[in-house]
Write a protein that binds this ligand. Structure first.
Ligand SMILES: O=C(O)c1cccc(C(=O)CC[C@H]2O[C@@H](n3cnc4c(=O)[nH]cnc43)[C@H](O)[C@@H]2O)c1
Length: 268
């Protein structure tokens, strides 16, 4: 099993590497592999089932995430050692308000969210009737679906909240925008800025995706002083320590591939 983990910043990458390194006594110290425009921090577990995990910090936002992911995925494929899984990981904002009538998932500070849907929340157009997603305009997709069995196993191992993780290019900073996002995405548990970029790059090479977010702040009116980044980075490290056995043993069900939702809203 070979997994690529993509974070935005070095502090997130280091937390993931730290957590993975704590997971097993036989873990080899990370080695560095240079790529054009980036560096992979590689951890390898030999023995059956073997596991190789490459962790890279690709930058903030969906474009940087897609570019960094595509570089690593392509380098691996050309070296005849393709990845089996791409993971978007880092801190994120949690939808922390009271659960609504539909019992939407809620993610308090310090909790971990595993995405069962990776959704581009602001990829589209403003129209006289409100926001229209690119799929409403006849283009592409705005939703990637991680493998359900992997989501279930990962969420159980990490005691994580399961729900939609939104990818936004602008961090939400008002109650109005928070309400609008929840109206459009009632199952949203968290928002971050990279998941959809990693998912698009992975889907282009038929690689499944997972997204893991440790909650550093509440989505809502901007209050940077209230962000709990240190606690979230430690929660991220603990989560990746607990994910090692899941990554070692997970295999994609035969015939299953990366899923996305097409412009008619049909799972492909
Ligand atoms: O200042 C630091 O020490 C520090 C350490 C680690 C990470 C950061 C970041 O600012 C990471 C930015 C990253 O975090 C995600 N994020 C976190 N909260 C939100 C949010 O409410 N809405 C959207 N994104 C959020 C995002 O993926 C950024 O890339 C700083």
């Amino acid at each position: 099993m070979r997994a690529l983990i993509v974070t935005a910043v070095a502090a997130e990458r280091d937390a993931v590497v730290r957590g993975l390194g704590r997971a097993a006594a036989e873990a080899v110290a990370p080695t560095e592999v240079a790529l054009p425009g980036g560096v992979l921090h590689r951890l390898e577990w030999s023995g059956a089932p073997a596991l190789t995990v490459d962790v890279t910090a690709a930058g903030v936002g969906p474009a940087a995430a897609a570019a960094g992911s595509a570089t690593a995925l392509t380098a691996a494929a050309l070296a005849h050692a393709p990845y089996d899984l791409a993971v978007s990981a880092g801190i994120g904002g949690g939808f922390t308000g009271p659960a609504g009538a539909q019992a939407a998932p809620r993610a308090p500070l310090g909790s971990v969210v595993i995405a069962d849907a990776v959704v581009a929340a602001d990829l589209g157009a403003e129209t006289a009737d409100g926001f229209a997603a690119v799929t409403d305009l006849g283009f592409g997709t705005v939703e990637h679906l991680p493998p359900a069995a992997l989501v279930a196993a990962a969420a159980e191992a990490v005691h994580a909240v399961r729900g939609t993780v939104l990818t936004v290019s602008t961090v939400t900073g008002s109650a109005e925008r928070t309400a609008e996002l929840l109206r459009r995405h009632p199952r949203a548990a968290a928002e971050a800025m990279e998941g959809f970029g990693v998912a698009e790059a992975a889907a282009a090479q038929s690689v499944p995706v997972l997204e893991v977010r440790a909650i550093s702040n509440a989505v809502g009116p901007r209050d940077r002083a209230a962000w709990r980044i240190g606690e979230a980075l430690e929660a991220l490290a603990v989560a990746f320590g607990n994910l090692v056995p899941v990554l070692r043993t997970w295999t994609l069900e035969p015939g299953a591939g990366p899923d996305f939702v097409d412009r008619e809203g049909i799972r492909q």
